[in-house]
Design a protein around this ligand. Structure first.
Ligand code: NAD
Ligand code: DAU
Length: 339
């Protein structure tokens, strides 16, 4: 089995590459990544010399490049993680979100159509469903919840999902889509809530909480997400959408306070700042379908996962300190100079 994993130098894609190489030593995994600010080759260092692994630097929206890669590699599957993923950045600069998340997905789908594929999997997000009110804890997103996006990021992800489903209906492309809740764990870029708060806490810097900190996210340990995608690409039904989430809802303030307490810091570090425009109130996934059809269920509870995550950041300071200092941007040049 040969799988192209796009965005594999990022947070979830990187964890997925590690997961797949460990679980399927006979598979060939080709990571295609543009190495934007969010891509980091150090995340892939542990697998770089593995004989079943190849890293290719490139843009999923570059049609000629993508077609050439398909022609050379003839992949059996594509798992598309590549995206601009940060909501706040999509508010300041929406254009690149359309380019990568929509046009890039379209190019990958065309390549699959032209060269043939056993499975194209789109890694999507619960944000395509919009948000739920705080006073209705009985409500959850199911796969039939209407798409109702709030940010340029979520609108671009929803557009990509529609394109994927259209290619299934029109061209009979064998696709699947997963829509997951907020992930956390190792290799999470420190612009996102949990790693940012851990890094700032460790540096005794203020912890910027948007609005009142009452927004709710449904946190899933990244390895549970990887296992769900593994199950979907092997056993999921073509043309289907699967929600992934583990009923681990927390307010942002609860998350921040948990991190502060675990690191023995003062809650005075919390600094309430101006809210995110269009800020979604609550995400909550109903994972019944993937549980009933594929037997998936989360294995890591939030209380355990957050401890493991904090430990990872404590034990891997060079990984995130370089990112914060901007030094890692030179990493690729250094690593490949003269090779
Ligand atoms: P990330 O920002 O950490 O990583 C994205 C990766 O994609 C980076 O390595 C980047 O270099 C690469 N990339 C960006 N543009 C590219 C392009 N044009 N061509 C090739 N590579 C490109 O993102 P993440 O948090 O790991 O998210 C991965 C996927 O999962 C995204 O599609 C995101 O929408 C989805 N998702 C994320 C979460 C979450 O909580 N982080 C939850 C649900 C779904
Ligand atoms: O739900 C899945 C989505 O989760 C993914 O599709 C996105 O790619 C991923 O980035 C994430 O989106 P969020 O906007 O939920 O994640 P973020 O870490 O940016 O923010 C989590 C919550 O914390 C959100 O309510 C905003 C708040 N926040 C965030 C930051 C960075 C703060 O209060 N302060 C901060 O500094």
């Amino acid at each position: 089995m040969k799988i192209i994993v796009t965005g594999g130098a990022g947070f979830i894609g990187g964890n997925f590459v590690h997961y797949m190489i460990n679980k399927y030593p006979d598979y060939k995994i080709i990571c295609l990544d543009k190495l934007t600010y969010a891509g980091n080759l150090e995340t892939l260092e542990p697998v770089m010399d593995n004989k079943g692994f190849r890293f290719v630097k490139g843009d999923i929206a570059d049609r000629d490049f993508v077609y050439k890669l398909f022609e050379d590699e003839k992949p059996d599957m594509v798992v598309n993680f590549a995206a601009e993923s940060h909501v706040d950045r999509s508010i300041t600069d929406p254009g690149i979100f359309l380019q990568t998340n929509v046009i890039g997905t379209g190019v990958l789908l065309d390549a699959c159509r032209i060269y043939g594929i056993k499975r194209y999997h789109q890694v999507s997000t619960d944000e395509v469903y919009g948000d739920l009110p705080l006073d209705r804890p009985d409500l959850f997103f199911t796969e039939t919840t209407p798409l109702h996006t709030s940010s340029p990021y979520s609108a671009s992800k929803a557009s990509a999902d529609l394109l994927v489903l259209a290619y299934h209906r029109t061209f009979k492309l064998p696709v699947t889509i997963s829509r997951c809740s907020n992930n956390y764990g190792p290799y999470h870029f420190p612009e996102k809530l949990i790693p940012l708060m851990i890094a700032n806490c460790l540096n005794d810097k203020p912890l910027p909480v948007y609005g009142k900190g009452e927004n709710v996210r449904d946190w899933l340990y990244v390895e549970d997400h990887c296992r769900a995608i593994d199950m979907i690409i092997h056993d999921g039904r073509e043309g289907e959408v699967y929600n992934i989430g583990g009923h681990n809802e927390r307010t942002n303030l609860q998350v921040v306070e948990t991190i502060i307490d675990a690191l023995g810091k003062s809650r005075d570090l919390i600094q309430y700042v101006t809210d995110r425009p269009g800020h979604d109130m609550r995400y909550a996934i109903d994972p019944t379908k993937i549980h009933d059809e594929l037997g998936w269920e989360p294995t890591t509870r939030f209380d355990d996962g957050i401890k493991k995550t904090i430990d990872w950041y404590l034990n891997n300071k060079p990984w995130w300190e370089k990112i914060i200092s901007g030094e890692y941007q030179n990493y690729y040049e250094k690593m490949y100079a003269g090779r």
